[in-house]
Design a protein around this ligand. Sequence first.
Ligand SMILES: *Cc1c(COP(=O)(O)O)cnc(C)c1O
Length: 355
Amino acid sequence: MSRFLSENLINIKPYEPGEQPRSSEKWIKLNTNESPFSPSKNVKNLINNYDYSKLRLYPDPSCYSLISKLSDEFKVNKSQIIVGNGSDEILAFSFMGLCKNGAAFSDLTYGFYPVFSNLFNIKTKIVELNNSFEIDINDYKGLKETIIIANPNAPTGIELSVKCIKKLLESDKDRLVIIDEAYVDFGAESSIKLVKEYDNLLVIGTFSKSRNLAGARIGYAVASEEIIADLNAIKFSFNPYNLSSLSIDIGVEALCDKEYFKSCIEQIVSNREYLTNKLEDLGFEIVKSKANFIFVRPLGIAGKKYYERLKEKGVLVRYFDKTRTKDYVRITIGTIKDCDILIEMTKEILSEVGR
Ligand SMILES: *Cc1c(COP(=O)(O)O)cnc(C)c1O
């Protein structure tokens, strides 16, 4: 810490991303929920034919082309959408500006929420998941704080039904509910359709997972015109050019390729079921996932040890060293080949530890 750091930032606890090795070749990388597939060929064509002289100019601060495309996709008005430099940026704007009564979220959820709460000095209520790692919406009864829910949740992959979300929205129309749908495309139901009916709902999504574009940093949010206007006021007070021109164009191209999007999702879902069954055959306990990862409790070896042994063998998964998660590892769903290698390595490890 330098002597120049602001007083209010002395206690910040930065987010700890999963390992991002610089040489990707030697790793089977199943630790940060990226897609194992390339982005759409449309994106390849765009980049191959890109007029680089366009980069001389600032990007369109309204991101009109991308927002138009998203408005067709989600069947909402353009004034009900904002895009961000990854959905993390929109989450940051939301914590910064839409948590006037504080924030409430689960004890076990996306690790960035407490980081933002801390950074923006927001009064925070932690609501415990039940013993099966599920959200009980009754636990949110009477809370005035803005509620933030990842749906499906991370790192469990468990889905909260739209019916429950509707109840939550009904129960207090003066309280904002933020649904982070980073993983919704892998088999869960989106709450975007509720935006028409509820002006206390903000739905946030990303191109990082289901659209194979984590490196392009494209996120979006859908809500009432008023909420989007608030988020735009924050954006234009912070970084009006939050998406690069290239990322705006990449987002449009990815959205055009619906076939490829569908086929990638289908493969991930099918690989998820395959890997779940194979690990269950080894006696592992797998949380029922609707995401592109599974939360796994190995049998016959501690979670941390399993993570370390996999790493020694060149397979990266994610381990969270916290009381409720220490027996588990989170495994991103890769290609079928990745899954088979993981299964082989797991069998090796189990025989090495004498199980
Ligand atoms: C990955 C992830 C994000 C962040 O996505 P970006 O768009 O890449 O910033 C947001 N929320 C959850 C729950 C995630 O897992």
